[in-house]
Structures are given as structure tokens and as C-alpha cells.
Design a protein around this ligand. Structure first.
Ligand SMILES: [Zn+2]
Length: 484
């Protein structure tokens, strides 16, 4: 559509303007089917259909004992052992070591050997300190707050200032500078969808600072709240003063707006402490080597880091674990394909796709050998299909493959699916993100409520089975997913 927006996926931070997401449901669109007659030969359709039995085998085996229990037990043990795994933390590095050892445990006991290695990179290390917001006037009340990732701290004594409430950037722009100067700005934007609301999390502090504000708060980005606060990365524009930025609950945001709209003078005291430096972390790379074209790769991925609150069970423990289980599960089923199946556990996705960017830079010469790249970072609820980027030929081929998985056969088209893998699809690598029944994803996203209680064993296991079987078919076909 040509509209330039800032989109935050996971879904972590993408710091560049990208095209608007345009989704089309394959099943609702006959012309797409007609279009595919130009791309799919009879022979290719026949070859794809010949995978029906193996797909059924993988789907059944992965959703039965012992594999389903191996996957889910290891997943829950991992989340319970480590909890949140923020970028730059010691616990993140320990969790990476743990996944390397777990891969060795399951990956090297037969002749089909899995190789695992890590690649180092520098990552941000932002650590939250004490945080509080108190309403001083018109009455005393503690307001729950959570600082946004990379926010600067307030002075030790805090910031006490009058509050101004706006509903949009447009509202803010309309205000004379003197109305904003020296005040705390609250962005109380109605939740419409994540992509629209997240602009306020990313750019709110810089926009308000430009008008002379001393701190900003946003209404937490979620359609539903039981007094939960939701964090996530924010980004300071160069050339403006960096001011503290936090998120409050929907409930308190609405309260403050009502008071403000009635003409009450609202005074808040904000105290937020944090520190920032950088550390070394690692991407984890797990290969089940292909027997015919080992240099060619089908990549499946999720991120191992999480925000610092909650347990990172949903975002992205689920996606990371089902991706880990693709080469491991296929190996346990003794299924080795023509191309290499590579699982990548990205590090430092949350502070801005840092791990994926480092991988891209390091492996830039190998892009032609990535047959397909997949990512699960939008939930592992009941799987529905794939959100696909690539040429018409690529989309048609994936649509044909998805027919093997009915009813998990929805194909949506999207030039920017997922978060980490958008760095690759922008370079012309065909790829897909996991579609699933994730309507409740943002209820829990980046909050203390992202725990194992959100997850359902049967759904996670079904996602893992689908993920492995799709990877197997694509990595074993006689032809690559077309780029043109
Ligand atoms: Zn994520």
C-alpha cells in the first residue's frame, strides 16, 4: 500500500520504516489459485503430493508419545529453570549453554548427527531499577508503571510535574509548545491494533521531548487488561533530549484521562532507575545436514531472549522451542532430507533484532543458499498455516505444500512476515511466519502474565509437528522455492 509505518513485531523492534502489511487469505481468493497455474507444473504438483504419507507420519509421530512428551517436558523445564532471559543478562547466556547441551544430548546418539555451534555478537544490556509513579494531585494514589526498554532513568529524587493527556501524535502537534513544556505527557491512545499503537511506544518519548516534555507515559499496548503493565523497546531519536518513558495500565490511563478532561490539575511524581551497557551474547545454530545439498538450507527460527518481566514462555519460548525441535525431532524420526535443516535460536531480538542483524551481516554471502526461512514469534497457539513472503511462484508452491496439511492450510501473503526474518525477506529470501490462533497474544505480550499458564500442550505440540513437517518437505523437494 506504500504507507510507511514503524512496525514492531513479537514482536520486537524494527527500527526501519517498512511497507504496510497487506494480507490476503488464500482460501478466499480464487484468482490466486488461477495465478498458480502459471507456476506449478503437473510434475511439481505430483511431486509435492507424493509427500502426503511422510507428512502424515511426521504429524502423527510428533503428536504421540514419546516425542510429544520430550518436546513439552523439555520446553516447560527450560522455562521453569530460567524464567525471563533479557538481552545481555547472565541468565540468557546460561540458557543458551543449556540449549547447546540439550541439543548435544538429543542430537548425537545415532549416525544422523546434529551439529550445534554459537556465534558471538555484542548486545544491549539495559537493566531496570526501582520504578514508581505516584499521583500527588488531585488525590494520592500509587500508579503501577513499567519502564520501556532503553529508557533513561529519572534523577534520583524523581520528576514531579503536571500531567498533560493526549490521544495521538496529532493532538500533541496541535498543542502550543508552552502547554507541554516541563510537563509529563501521557499518550492515551485507544487500542486498535499492535502496529498502530506501538508507534507510541517507540517514538512517544522523542515526540514529547521535542515539545519540551520532561517524561512520558503510554497506555500499555493490549486490548485487554487485568491491571497489567506491558513493556517493550523504545527508541530515542538523535538530536532530541532523552527523557524517561514508561507504560501504565489501561485502567490508570483512563482514570488520568478522565481527571484531565474534567479540567483537574493532575500532578505525578515519577521515579525510574535503570542502567545501560553492552555485553557479548550468541546466536545458536543447529544443523541437521542434508545428504545431497548440504550447503543449501531451510532455516526455522525463534528468539531465545525475552523481555525482563514474565517468563518469556509465549514470547518467544514457544516459538524458539518448536524451532529447536525441527532438526532434533526429524533426527529422532531418522528423517534426513536433501538440504540442510538449520534451526536458529536468535539472541537479542527484543532490543531490536540485534542477533538476526549480526547473522545476516556474517552470512551475507550465503543468502542464495537459503532455500526458505521461517520464524515463529507470534504465539504457538493452535496452528492455522503460514504467512508467506516471496515471489508469486514461491507463494504458489507453499500453497500447494499446505494442501498436504489440511485443515492447517491457510496462506496469507505478506512482504514482511515475522520480526527477525524480515531482515532476510527484504533481501529477496522467500520465507514465512507461523499463523496461529493468537487472538489473545497481546493480552500477555511483554507483561508479567507471559508465563507457561498461557500455553497449551496440544497446541504447542501441533505447532511443532507442523513446523517440522513443512521444513522437511521444503528441504527435501527436488527443486528450490523459486525467487522470481
Ligand atoms: Zn518475540
Amino acid at each position: 500500500m506504500g504507507l510507511k509505518i514503524y512496525f514492531l513485531s513479537c514482536i520486537g523492534l524494527i527500527l526501519f520504516p517498512i511497507a504496510c502489511k497487506c494480507k490476503v487469505y488464500y482460501s478466499e481468493r480464487l484468482p490466486f489459485d488461477l495465478r498458480c497455474s502459471n507456476y506449478l507444473s503437473k510434475e511439481l504438483k505430483h511431486e509435492i503430493n507424493s509427500y502426503r504419507d511422510i507428512v502424515q507420519h511426521i504429524m502423527e509421530q510428533m503428536q504421540s508419545a514419546p516425542l510429544k512428551d520430550v518436546l513439552y517436558d523439555e520446553y516447560t523445564k527450560f522455562i521453569d529453570k530460567f524464567g525471563a532471559r533479557p538481552s545481555g543478562s547472565k541468565v540468557l547466556e546460561e540458557s543458551i549453554d543449556y540449549m547447546v547441551n540439550l541439543t548435544i544430548k538429543y542430537g548425537t546418539d545415532t549416525e544422523e548427527v546434529i551439529e550445534v555451534k554459537t556465534e558471538e555478537l555484542e548486545v544491549p544490556h539495559w537493566v531496570r531499577g526501582e520504578e514508581s509513579v505516584k499521583m500527588i494531585r488531585p488525590r494520592l494514589k500509587n500508579i503501577a508503571v513499567i519502564g520501556l526498554g532503553s529508557s533513561v532513568p529519572t534523577p534520583k529524587e524523581g520528576i514531579e510535574a503536571e500531567l498533560i493527556v493526549v490521544r495521538s501524535f496529532h493532538d500533541l502537534e496541535q498543542l502550543p509548545k508552552n502547554d507541554v513544556k516541563g510537563k509529563i505527557v501521557l499518550f492515551d491512545r485507544e487500542y486498535t491494533d499492535y502496529e498502530e499503537n506501538v508507534k507510541y511506544r517507540i517514538r512517544g518519548a522523542s515526540k514529547a521531548a521535542r515539545k519540551g516534555a520532561v517524561a512520558t507515559l503510554i497506555k500499555s499496548i493490549t486490548p485487554f487488561s487485568l491491571y497489567t503493565t506491558h513493556t517493550g523497546e523504545q527508541d530515542y531519536k538523535k538530536s532530541v533530549v532523552n527523557i524517561p518513558a514508561g507504560a501504565i495500565t489501561i485502567e490508570d490511563s483512563l482514570l488520568l484521562r478522565r481527571l484531565f478532561d474534567r479540567g483537574e490539575k493532575v500532578i505525578l511524581k515519577i521515579g525510574m532507575q535503570s542502567t545501560y551497557d553492552t555485553k557479548i551474547s550468541r546466536n545458536t545454530i543447529i544443523d541437521l545436514k542434508g545428504v545431497l545439498y548440504p550447503e543449501k538450507k531451510v532455516i526455522v527460527s525463534g528468539h531465545i531472549d525475552s523481555v525482563d518481566v514474565g517468563e518469556g514462555a509465549m514470547d518467544d519460548g514457544g516459538g524458539m522451542f518448536i524451532s529447536w525441535f525441527v532438526p532434533v525431532g526429524l533426527k529422532l524420526l531418522r528423517l534426513v532430507s536433501k538440504r540442510t535443516v538449520r534451526s536458529i535460536l536468535w539472541t537479542a531480538e527484543e532490543p531490536g533484532l540485534i542477533g538476526a542483524a549480526a547473522y545476516l551481516k556474517r552470512h551475507i554471502q550465503e543468502l542464495d543458499n537459503i532455500t526458505f526461512i521461517m520464524e515463529s514469534d507470534e504465539g504457538t497457539f493452535n496452528p492455522r498455516g503460514l504467512d508467506v513472503a516471496g515471489s508469486n511462484g514461491a507463494r504458489c508452491m507453499i500453497a500447494q505444500i499446505l494442501k498436504l496439511f489440511r485443515p492447517i492450510d491457510t496462506l496469507t501473503e505478506n512482504d514482511e512476515p515475522g520480526s527477525d526474518i524480515t531482515l532476510f525477506t527484504r533481501k529477496g529470501v522467500p520465507g514465512a511466519s507461523l499463523l496461529n490462533d493468537n487472538e489473545r497474544y497481546f493480552w500477555y505480550h511483554h507483561s508479567r502474565a507471559d508465563t507457561l499458564s498461557v500455553q497449551n500442550k496440544d497446541d504447542v505440540v501441533k505447532c511443532a509437528a507442523f513446523w517440522a513437517a513443512v521444513s522437511y518437505v521444503i528441504s527435501d523437494l527436488s527443486v528450490d522455492i523459486p525467487r522470481d
